[in-house]
Design a protein around this ligand. Structure first.
Ligand SMILES: [Zn+2]
Length: 318
C-alpha cells in the first residue's frame, strides 16, 4: 500500500498549477501561431480555386480563375479562364455580390469566360456597376478596356450585350474597365470597398502585358502571381507577408527557351515565397508537363522555402 507523503496535498496542488501554467502557455503560443497563420480564417475569408489548369484541352481542369469569399459572399474574382464560369455557378456564388474582377493578363486561359459571366449575370439581381481591372496594352496585347470593347462594345463580337458597357443605357448595371499602367514598373493600389484594397504590380510574362495582384481584405492578404517569369523581380515585394501566395507552376525546373521566358521555375517559386515570407503557397495553373511532378517540384521549392505548400485543384478552398 502506498502511503502518501505528508505534504502530498501541497505538492499535488503545486504540480497541478504548474501543469495548468504549462498548458496555458502552450495554448497561448499555439493561439499566437494560429492567429498569425490563420488570419484569413479568423476574418472569414476563403480562397476558392475555380480553375487550376492552363490552356491545354487535355489537362482535365478549368483554366485559371480564383474567387475570394468573405462572410459567405463572393467578393473578388481573379481571372476568368475557360470553364471557370461553370465552377463559379457550382460554388454557389451569386454574381450580384462580386465587387471587382481582376485580370492578370488577357491570354485566353485567363480571360475568355468573361462574356459568359456577363451574359449569365442577366439572370441575377445585380444592380451595382462592376469594374474589371487589368493591364494596359503593349505591342502584342490590347488595353483591358479595348479587350472589353472588342467583346461587349457596340461594335464588339457580342454587341447584343453592349448595354452593359454603354453607361447611358438602361441596363441593370454597367461594366467598366480600368487599365493599370505597365510602366514605370511600380505598384498601383486602390480601395474597392471599406475592407478591400487591391494592388497590382507589372510582371514579366514574355511579350505579354501582365500583372500580379494582391488583395487585402480585412486583415487577410492573398497574392496571385498570374503567369510570369521573375525577370521584373516584383512579386516578392508585392506578396510580402501574404497569408496565401498563389503561384503558377506551368513549367518544370528543366524547362528552357520560350517556356522560361514566360514562366517561373520551381526554384524561382521557392525563392520568391521565401523573400515574401509567405505563410502558405498554393501551386496552381498545372499543365501536363507539371501536374504529375509534384514531388520533384516540391523538392526544388523546399531548397528555399520551408513554409506550407498546397496544391490547387478545381473547387478547392484554402
Ligand atoms: Zn496561363
Amino acid at each position: 500500500m502506498l502511503i502518501p507523503p505528508i505534504n502530498s496535498g501541497y505538492s499535488y496542488k503545486r504540480k497541478i498549477s504548474l501543469k495548468a501554467l504549462l498548458t496555458l502557455t502552450l495554448a497561448l503560443s499555439i493561439h499566437s501561431v494560429f492567429a498569425q497563420t490563420q488570419r484569413c480564417q479568423q476574418q472569414d475569408v476563403t480562397l476558392q480555386v475555380l480553375g487550376s489548369g492552363g490552356p491545354e484541352l487535355s489537362d482535365g481542369r478549368a483554366s485559371a480563375s480564383y474567387l475570394i469569399w468573405h462572410h459567405n459572399k463572393p467578393r473578388v474574382l481573379i481571372d476568368a479562364g475557360p470553364g471557370s464560369s461553370v465552377n463559379f455557378g457550382a460554388s454557389g456564388a451569386n454574381f450580384a455580390d462580386l465587387q471587382a474582377v481582376l485580370l492578370t493578363h488577357l491570354h485566353v486561359d485567363h480571360s475568355a469566360d468573361l462574356p459568359a459571366y456577363v451574359k449569365g449575370s442577366y439572370f441575377t439581381q445585380r444592380t451595382n456597376d462592376l469594374t474589371i481591372y487589368g493591364p494596359s496594352g503593349n505591342a502584342l496585347m490590347p488595353d483591358t478596356s479595348a479587350y472589353l470593347a472588342s467583346l461587349l462594345g457596340n461594335k464588339g463580337a457580342f454587341a447584343y450585350l453592349s448595354d452593359y458597357t454603354d453607361t447611358s443605357s438602361q441596363a441593370a448595371y454597367h461594366i467598366k474597365a480600368h487599365n493599370i499602367p505597365l510602366t514605370p514598373i511600380k505598384q498601383h493600389s486602390q480601395k474597392v470597398s471599406d475592407d478591400i484594397t487591391i494592388t497590382a504590380s507589372p510582371v514579366h510574362h514574355g511579350p505579354v502585358a501582365a500583372l500580379a495582384w494582391r488583395v487585402d481584405i480585412d486583415n487577410c492578404s492573398i497574392t496571385f502571381s498570374g503567369d510570369m517569369s521573375n525577370k521584373n523581380d516584383t512579386l516578392a515585394a508585392l506578396a510580402k507577408d501574404s497569408d496565401i501566395l498563389v503561384m503558377h507552376n506551368a513549367v518544370p525546373q528543366g524547362a528552357t527557351g520560350a517556356a522560361i521566358n514566360l514562366h517561373m521555375r520551381p526554384l524561382d517559386i521557392g525563392k520568391i515565397a521565401n523573400q515574401a515570407s509567405a505563410k502558405t503557397v498554393v501551386l496552381s495553373h498545372f499543365m501536363n508537363r507539371t501536374k504529375n511532378n509534384n514531388e520533384m517540384t516540391l523538392g526544388y521549392i523546399r531548397q528555399n522555402f520551408a513554409g506550407e505548400v498546397k496544391m490547387a485543384t478545381d473547387m478547392a478552398t484554402f
